[in-house]
Structures are given as structure tokens and as C-alpha cells.
Ligand binder design. Structure first.
Ligand SMILES: [Fe+2]
Length: 132
């Protein structure tokens, strides 16, 4: 599970709210992966999470453009990379029915990547937005 703490605060209330909602969707997916009974919900949960991530990234992209954020290029590249890896994860979940491997792959991508991304790049963006 992924948990929002003050350490993940970006200084932008809007971004923080979206991250909190994102974590709810991530946790719903992780819960479904670790519970054999909810397998039939997986495609729906994955699609839902993917849509939310895309909307959230688009919103961050708009913030960056609005303030001509100097680190925009690198940040956008990370968002693109994430979406590719999310697609790989989706395919992995479809093709590999081993629940433990699915749960590990999902946690590695969703929990680790987001925690790391928020801690470094989103916090950097948040403090720039505050100054701008
Ligand atoms: Fe971001």
C-alpha cells in the first residue's frame, strides 16, 4: 500500500489533493491484486488508474507551461516513461497469472516510482510554482 504523508507534500494544494486521490486508486488496484476474489475487477481498476494518471499528468503539464518551468522537459519525459511502464505492467498482469509476481510488479512500479517521483520532481515543481 502507498500512504500519503507530509513528507510528500509539494506545497501545491491542488497537486497534493490529486496525489491523495491517485493513492486511493493505486491502493484499490494493489488490494485487488492481493485478493484472488477480485480478479475480474482488475481490468476496470487498471483502466481507471491509467485514466486518472493521464489526467493528473496533464494537469501538472499545464502548471509547468503556465510558469515556463525550466525543468519541464525532464519532468515531462518522466511522465512519458511512467506511462510506458504502466502499459508494460498492464500487459504483464494480463499475461502472467501469478498473483505474487503481479503484486510485486505493481508495487515496484506504482509505489516506488510515485514516491520517488513526488519526493524529487513534484516537490521541485511545487516549490517553483509557489515562487512563480
Ligand atoms: Fe510529476
Amino acid at each position: 500500500m502507498i500512504e500519503w504523508t507530509d513528507k510528500l507534500s509539494t506545497g501545491s494544494a491542488k497537486i497534493d489533493e490529486q496525489h491523495k486521490e491517485l493513492f486511493v486508486h493505486i491502493n484499490n488496484l494493489l488490494a485487488a491484486l492481493s485478493d484472488g476474489r477480485s480478479k475480474q475487477q482488475l481490468p476496470e481498476l487498471i483502466t481507471f488508474l491509467e485514466d486518472y494518471v493521464i489526467r493528473h499528468f496533464n494537469e501538472e503539464d499545464r502548471f509547468m507551461v503556465a510558469v515556463s518551468y525550466p525543468e519541464m522537459e525532464g519532468h515531462l519525459a518522466q511522465h512519458k516513461l511512467f506511462l510506458r511502464r504502466m502499459n508494460d505492467l498492464k500487459q504483464m498482469i494480463e499475461s502472467d497469472s501469478d498473483s505474487d509476481r503481479q503484486a510485486k510488479a505493481a508495487s515496484d512500479l506504482l509505489v516506488k516510482w510515485f514516491t520517488n517521483h513526488i519526493m524529487i520532481l513534484d516537490r521541485d515543481l511545487g516549490s517553483y510554482l509557489k515562487k512563480a
